[in-house]
Design a protein around this ligand. Structure first.
Ligand code: DQA
Length: 142
C-alpha cells in the first residue's frame, strides 16, 4: 500500500516557525519519522509540500491514478478557508485523514472551522509530530 502525505502552506518552515506551538521538528524530521513507521507497517509513504492551494488540489485529484490507497493532509491555514479542498476531498475516492500538529479547536476562533474535516475520513490533531504517525496508523487500518 502506498500512502501520500501532503503538507500545505508554511509547513516547509517547521522547526523555525513558532516552535512554542509547532515544536522543534523540521518537516524533514517528520518525514523521516513517517518513513520509519511506514517500514514497520509495511507500507510506503510519499511526502510532498506546497504553499499553493491549486497544487494541493492537483495532487488530491491525481492520487487515485498514481495508485495511492490513502492520503494524510495537513492543509495548514487552507484547512480553515478552502471550500475547494473540501470539494476535492468529496470528489475523490481515495480517503483523506486530516492532520494537525497543534489542536486548532484550542486556539483562535478562526481556526475552529475545518473545511477539510467536513470531508475527511478522520482527524488527528494536537499531538505534535506524533499526529502524523497516528494518522499513518489510521490510514493503514482503513
Ligand atoms: C496547522 C494548524 C493551522 O491552523 C495552521 O494554519 C497551520 C498549522 C497545524 O498543523 O497545527 O499552518 O495545520
Amino acid at each position: 500500500r502506498r500512502i501520500l502525505v501532503l503538507n500545505g502552506p508554511n509547513l516547509n518552515l517547521l522547526g523555525q516557525r513558532e516552535p512554542e506551538i509547532y515544536g522543534h521538528a523540521t518537516l524533514a524530521d517528520i518525514e523521516a519519522l513517517l518513513a520509519t513507521r511506514a517500514e514497520q507497517l509495511g507500507v510506503t509513504v510519499e511526502c510532498r509540500q506546497s504553499n499553493h492551494e491549486g497544487v494541493l488540489l492537483d495532487w488530491l485529484q491525481q492520487a487515485e491514478a498514481e495508485g495511492f490507497a490513502a492520503i494524510l493532509l495537513n492543509a495548514g491555514a487552507y484547512t480553515h478557508t478552502s471550500i475547494a479542498l473540501l470539494d476535492a476531498i468529496h470528489a475523490i475516492a481515495v480517503p483523506v485523514i486530516e492532520v494537525h500538529l497543534s489542536d486548532p479547536s484550542q486556539r483562535e476562533e478562526f481556526r475552529h472551522l475545518s473545511y477539510v474535516g467536513m470531508a475527511a475520513a478522520g482527524t488527528v490533531q494536537g499531538l505534535g509530530a506524533q499526529s502524523y504517525v497516528v494518522a499513518l496508523e489510521r490510514a493503514d487500518a482503513l
